[in-house]
Structures are given as C-alpha cells and as structure tokens.
Write a protein of this length. Structure first.
Length: 174
C-alpha cells in the first residue's frame, strides 16, 4: 500500500510510531543487551542442570524483548507482514548450569549483510564469575509473511533497528 492510500489519521499514527521507534533506538544506541535469568523447576533435566532446549527458549525470548525495546514490536511486524526466520541454530555447552546459579544472557550480532537481510545473532550465557557457560548462535533473515518467502527488499525499519544492535568484537559482514 502506498503512503497516499492511507488516511490522514493513519499517516499521523505511522509518523508517531516512527518517532517512537527513533527515540527508542537513540536511547538504546550503546546499551549492552544483557539480563539475569530466573529458572523454574521445569527448566531442569533429570541430571538437575538446565535442560538443553531451555537455552533456545531464553535466546528467543531475549531477541524478541530487545526488538520490542528498540521499537520493532510484534504488532508492527504483523502490520507490515514480516518477521524473523531462522535457518540454523546451535548451542555449544561449556559449563553446567544448575537451578540456583546466577546466570546472565548477553546478545549481540556477529555477522550481518550491509542491507541487514541476513544476520547471525549470538547469545552468551555467563555465570557469576563471568565465565561463559554456553554460546547460542543462530543465522536468519527477514521473512515476508504474506508472500511466504524471504523479504526483498529488507523492511527499512528492520535495517534501522539492526544497525543499532550491539555487535561482537569480531563482527564481520557476510
């Protein structure tokens, strides 16, 4: 739909939404996206440490929270008919995590095409001694939910948001 097809009220709403997104990106420009995790009994496996699939769930939750914080909400993605799609996801387990452990998860981008059409996210799970317990890595792109294929071109809001997302020290373009 072209901008001219929107009503004045819809244009004003879109402009206000874009202003909010820009404000959120400015406020979070240099923020390190990290949070302390809280575990449930059901997150454990029979060996009394964190179940393997829970790492993936925490990574997904953190990515969505960060995108929301930066202004790329689920509602906006639904309205604009796009969302993230994952091609590969892998977790390397380095240290055991137990129920009472204090664990932080930190997110960053390690690779990205200049147009933000494809990217690699990395989540580090760190213990109280700042040692890495696990590294979750995933590769993905933006998916057009109407056409059911990779979004071309990349939605501009997604490009803007990912440009402000923290990058790893060894960041490289695809």
């Amino acid at each position: 739909m072209h901008a001219s097809a929107f009503t004045k009220e819809e244009n004003n709403m879109q402009e206000a939404e874009l202003n909010t997104i820009q404000k959120n990106m400015e406020e979070n420009r240099n923020v390190l996206f990290e949070k302390t995790l809280s575990f449930r009994w059901t997150d454990l496996d029979p060996n009394f440490h964190l179940r393997h699939s829970v790492y993936y769930d925490f990574g997904t939750q953190q990515r969505i929270e960060i995108l929301e914080q930066l202004g790329l909400t689920l509602k906006l993605m639904q309205e604009q008919n796009f969302g993230p799609v994952i091609f590969r996801e892998e977790c390397v387990f380095k240290r055991e995590i137990r129920f009472a452990d204090t664990i932080r998860i930190r997110a960053k981008i390690t690779k990205m095409k200049p147009d933000a059409s494809r990217w690699t996210f990395q989540h580090e799970f760190l213990n109280a001694d700042n040692k890495i317990c696990a590294i979750l890595t995933l590769e993905g792109a933006w998916f057009d939910t109407k056409l059911r294929k990779i979004a071309v071109p990349t939605p501009s809001i997604a490009v803007d948001i990912l440009k402000h997302f923290p990058k790893s020290d060894d960041f490289s373009p695809f």
